[in-house]
Design a protein. Structure first.
Lengths: 314, 292
């Protein structure tokens, strides 16, 4: 029992230590967007056509590689700055997979097997693009929950100093100063608040996934290897429970000897889109219907695509 | 009350940052993360310390109780990880005198006049996966002993190590079966160095002569050529039925383990060795000198 507790504590701490820098980076990017980028400037970067917007979202990770640990605060800020959901949501789902770092790690783990990369990307692209198209008529107010992170309390009067720079999209309604010191402080305050708020879910996800790692008997996995469809379902569930970073999950997937190829691909596709760290963040940041869609649509799509491919002999 | 909460938040952020800064510069980092990410942890730690200091001055903010609780739980988990005995290393490494010095291991060693290539178990599996396993090669590998009743009966032990790509949570056990004279003299969990040739494992008949005579596809299918029964061993050669390794060998604390189903190490020497300074495998080299 002590051994299992030690493994549990070590694994949970390792997940937190691994994810914290990326969550911090996401919080910093979110704060910089908040303080320096105006909605008008953001609007100039967004293409007009739906197809171009969705493609910009799904392939945005090739320019801005982002781990799933830190992507939600970034996307939230993007939405508040006027980036349409048809760009931001595909980016949130696809960027943790369709980026140079994860593509390289997948290639290495599967020993140069390009089909692993292609299949993994396809399994992510379809639900990401689908949700982007489905949300084409939505704006930020339609998808985000109106629960600002202490932002109304960031008032110049109460703080005694200016905490927002021009371009703040928090909707707090206060005058914003543009002094250098105020700008730096504003970025620091936003970053700290965002990080501490999101860290709750990182810790929760780390605790639950480490518990499964430490206390779940390994032979339980063998029950799911009996049929291809059960294998796909089992590994998808495991991906959600383990909440492994997308840069490392390829090595874990490769190690599931005895499981069919498509089940490993389903594991690699669903984890970065839906896991125990992301699910509570979705429900905190997005409206309930949108949060459910972010969980259900990728899950169903990945399972369906993997099952059909397995049926066809893939 | 708000002031107290803000002060607590500031302390927790600064403590977290300081912990990351110290850990990234200590010899303990490998227990949690791949050492190549130490610089990321160090930078993040520094930023958290700054954020914690700045948070003291954000008089407009009142942190929530659950936010502070989460940071406290994270701190408690880190403490537990250091206090509780970890089954993967017998004695907790407790040096805080700077990052571990890069280990220089010779590419090859000589034992009883025979030369062996020093390689780690993950590199050996990688070589097997790339179909670059050289004929008649002799290797020196290290790992922890793993025994099961079925392996004992077949005259084998397994040796394994944990391969960590990013962090401890994604650790995968990697290993090989080792044919030994008497499995019962080995103790589960002991660190050993095994030197010997790598040979094909075909339904429990570790016979390099047979392996050369039978096509690759037939070897993997467990039959002879054209689907006939497996060829018979040489007279006097002990036939042992080795259980398939897929899913049959479990390692504590990891949900997945990779043991070769194709090759095994025929031990010429098995020597007890101390636990390496870093028992986990973090890197895989594609050619000599291997990381070992």
């Amino acid at each position: 029992m002590l051994d299992s507790l030690s493994i549990f504590a070590t694994a949970a701490t390792a997940i937190i230590l691994e994810a914290a820098p990326f969550l911090l980076l996401g919080s910093v990017i979110g704060a910089l967007l908040e303080v320096f980028v105006s909605p008008e400037a953001m609007a100039r970067c967004i293409p007009r056509s739906l197809a171009a917007r969705v493609l910009m979202g799904v392939f945005g990770g090739m320019v801005l590689p982002t781990c799933e640990c830190g992507i939600v605060p970034v996307v939230r800020r993007m939405l508040l700055k006027g980036v349409p959901p048809s760009v931001a949501v595909p980016f949130m789902l696809a960027a943790p997979v369709i980026n140079p770092v994860v593509i390289a790690s997948t290639l290495f783990a599967f020993q140069g097997d390009v089909s692993a990369v292609v299949v993994r990307c396809l399994l992510v692209l379809v639900p990401a693009m689908g949700l982007g198209v489905a949300l084409r008529a939505f704006n930020a107010q339609d998808v985000l929950r109106h629960v600002p992170i202490q932002l109304p309390q960031f008032s110049a009067g109460a703080a005694g100093h200016e905490t927002h720079a021009d371009g703040c999209g928090c909707g707090c309604g206060h005058d914003h100063g543009t002094s250098g010191r105020g700008t730096v402080l504003s970025v620091l305050f936003h970053t700290a608040a965002e990080f501490v708020s999101m860290a709750r879910f990182l810790v929760l996800g780390a605790v639950v996934s480490s518990a499964f790692k430490a206390f779940l008997p390994p032979h339980v996995l063998s029950y799911f290897a009996s049929t291809p469809y059960l294998a796909i379902l089992g590994l998808m569930l495991l991906a959600v429970l383990l909440s492994i970073c997308s840069e490392a999950d390829a090595f874990v997937a490769k190690s599931f000897a005895g499981f069919p190829f498509m089940s490993k691909m389903a594991f690699l596709a669903i984890g970065p889109m839906v896991d125990l760290k992301l699910i509570p963040l979705f429900f905190m940041v997005f409206r309930r219907r949108v949060a459910f869609a972010l969980v259900i649509v990728p899950t169903v799509t990945v399972f369906f695509m993997a099952a059909v491919t397995a049926y066809m002999g893939g | 009350m708000g002031q107290m909460m803000r002060f607590l938040e500031s302390c927790l952020l600064m403590w977290s940052g300081a912990f990351m800064l110290v850990l990234s510069n200590s010899t303990l980092y490998w227990q949690f993360l791949n050492p190549r990410y130490a610089w990321i942890t160090m930078v993040a730690g520094g930023v958290l310390v700054v954020l914690g200091f700045a948070a003291l001055y954000n008089r407009a903010r009142t942190p929530r109780t659950d936010e502070l609780l989460a940071l406290t739980v994270a701190a408690g988990l880190a403490l537990a990880a250091f206090v509780l005995p970890n089954p993967y290393f017998a004695e907790p490494v407790s040096r805080l005198d700077g990052p571990a010095a890069p280990m220089v291991t010779p590419a090859r060693i000589t034992v009883d006049g025979q030369e062996y290539v020093q390689i780690n178990l993950a590199e050996l599996l990688n070589m097997e996966g790339n179909n670059t396993m050289p004929q008649n090669a002799r290797f020196s590998v290290r790992g922890q002993v793993l025994r099961t009743p079925s392996l004992d009966a077949a005259g084998f032990i397994a040796i394994h190590r944990l391969f960590v790509a990013c962090c401890f949570a994604d650790a995968t056990a990697v290993g090989y079966l080792v044919q030994v004279d008497d499995p019962h003299v080995f103790t589960q969990g002991d660190w050993v160095r095994v030197t010997g040739p790598v040979e094909r494992l075909q339904n429990g008949i570790p016979d390099p002569v047979l392996a050369q005579a039978v096509p690759q596809s037939a070897v993997q299918a467990g039959t002879g050529e054209n689907g006939t029964a497996a060829p018979q061993p040489r007279p006097g050669h002990v036939v042992a039925t080795v259980p398939g390794t897929s899913g049959s060998i479990a390692v504590q604390g990891v949900l997945s383990a990779i043991f070769s189903d194709v090759y095994m190490v025929r031990a010429e020497h098995v020597d007890p060795v101390p636990m390496p300074d870093i028992p986990f495998v973090f890197s895989i080299h594609q050619q000599e000198p291997y990381a070992y």
